[in-house]
Design a protein around this ligand. Structure first.
Ligand code: PLP
Length: 439
């Protein structure tokens, strides 16, 4: 095998083969158990082998596993679409399925692009994104992404997008968040003013830049982006692939700011981490621009073989039922407060430069110098080494550069959260040979 996003040399040095899982634990072929500290890459919600979701998939198997959505609907995909419309921002009324977050973004881009083509605004072809943004690994998604180390090698393959500064105190010369926010908004305003006739859409991760290292937008920023898009007639595309389904303490992160996007993407937590379903939601206005006689050539020419898969939709429906029954989003928000309190201790460690958290999305950035925030040399791979130690101590996660990700399943108990954070702390201390003064 050739594993995704993996230097295979690393893998050969420290192979891991998962054999089973139960609750928030994974078990490898040698019988070692690990906490799933990254929700199996930000997907898992209720733990593994949750009986209600298992049953829903089995029940669906008794009817049919898959039939195409091209020119035909199926029962669970209709039920799920109805549910998604109920729980997402009120202006979103249409659901277009796919199988992964990147595809949901490709669809958002093509949908926005063709929307303007269908409306006769053929010059509106460009996209705007934020620096350090990530939207998946397919060519369209990397073209609206902006993480240099992932994207540089493919630059000749990508179409050009405008990348404007993400508002972070860390990267702004003033070191001040408010100024970073104002500058970012004013640059976007100026770009829109000059180029809005060519701009199709602005795409951003909702509230948190995940893969870029868990960077959180300043309060009010997302709302102002929405308003700029409205003012300049640019479609506002919000990527909720990582942030959706309770991760940030709201069902969708747009709720933090009461934002109504024109297009919203979702994947990962949609099936509770069971099966590959993704969706791109949009407004009636966008949908209607594609509606007409076949000969008008307004059709959205996009689809995948497994789009709207019945097993996946059945798992997603069961997943959303549990959310409702257990009031899981509210619970996750409370757990996030608890995690924040425990994180304060980790934040005191000498090589912890910053902890960034919204809900149960957390990043712990390791630095060489706590005061100046000087990073460790890239080749030392400190966070990677710390995560290998965490594995030995019984927890799995993957770092983003020198940022350790902590993104536990929402269903983790308080006790499990405590244990996972103890492992993180111990691994940092041991990997960096930090002397800890206990009170
Ligand atoms: N968009 C965002 C914000 C993501 O964080 C990710 C994955 O981490 C994606 C898109 C891509 O999703 P997938 O890995 O399912 O293609």
């Amino acid at each position: 095998m050739w594993l995704p996003f993996t230097q295979m040399k690393d893998y050969e040095e420290a192979p891991l083969i998962i054999e089973s899982g139960e609750g928030i634990r994974l078990r490898d072929i040698h019988g070692n158990e690990y906490f799933d500290g990254y929700s199996s890459l930000w997907l898992n919600v209720h733990g593994h082998r949750r009986p209600e979701i298992d049953e829903a998939v089995k029940e669906q198997l008794g009817r049919i596993a898959h039939s195409t959505l091209l020119g035909a609907a199926n029962v669970p995909s209709i039920q799920l679409a109805e549910k998604l419309i109920q729980i997402s921002p009120e202006n979103l009324t249409r659901v277009f399925y796919s199988d992964s977050g990147a595809e949901s973004v490709e669809i958002a881009i093509k949908m926005a692009y063709q929307y303007w083509q269908n409306k006769g605004r053929t010059e509106k072809t460009k996209f705007v994104t934020l620096t350090n943004g990530y939207h998946g690994d397919t060519v369209g998604a990397i073209s609206v992404g902006s993480i240099d180390i992932y994207h540089r090698v493919y630059s000749a393959l990508m179409f050009h997008s405008f990348a404007l500064p993400f508002p972070s105190a860390k990267w702004h010369p003033s070191g001040n968040e408010q100024m970073a926010k104002e500058d970012s908004l004013s640059e976007i305003h100026d770009l829109f003013e000059k180029n809005h006739e060519q701009i199709s859409g602005l795409i951003v991760e909702s509230m948190v830049q995940g893969a870029g290292g868990m960077h959180i937008m300043p309060v009010g920023y997302l709302k102002e982006l929405e308003q700029l898009c409205r003012k300049f007639n640019v479609l506002f595309i919000v990527d909720e692939v990582a942030t959706g389904f309770g991760r940030t303490g709201k069902m969708f992160a747009v709720e933090h700011e009461g934002v109504l996007p024109d297009i919203m993407t979702m994947a990962k937590g949609i099936t509770g981490g069971y099966l590959p379903i993704a969706a791109t939601l949009t407004t009636e206005e966008v949908y209607q621009a594609f509606y007409g006689e076949y000969t008008e050539m307004k059709t959205f020419f996009h689809g995948h073989s497994y789009t709207g898969n019945q097993l996946g939709c059945a798992a997603a429906l069961a997943n959303l039922d549990i959310f409702e029954k257990e009031g899981l989003v509210e619970q996750a928000a409370k757990k996030a407060e608890y995690v924040e309190r425990l994180m304060a201790e980790i934040n005191e460690l000498p090589h912890v430069g910053e902890i960034r958290q919204l809900g149960l999305m957390c990043g712990i950035e390791l630095v060489k110098d706590k005061k100046t925030k000087e990073p460790f040399p890239f080749e030392e791979r400190m966070a990677y080494r710390a995560t290998l130690r965490m594995r030995e101590l019984g927890m799995l996660t993957r770092p983003l550069g020198d940022t350790i990700v902590f993104m536990p399943p929402l269903a983790s108990s308080y006790e499990e959260l405590t244990k996972m954070l103890q492992i993180i702390k111990q691994a940092i201390v041991e990997t960096l040979n930090v002397k800890v003064h206990t009170k």
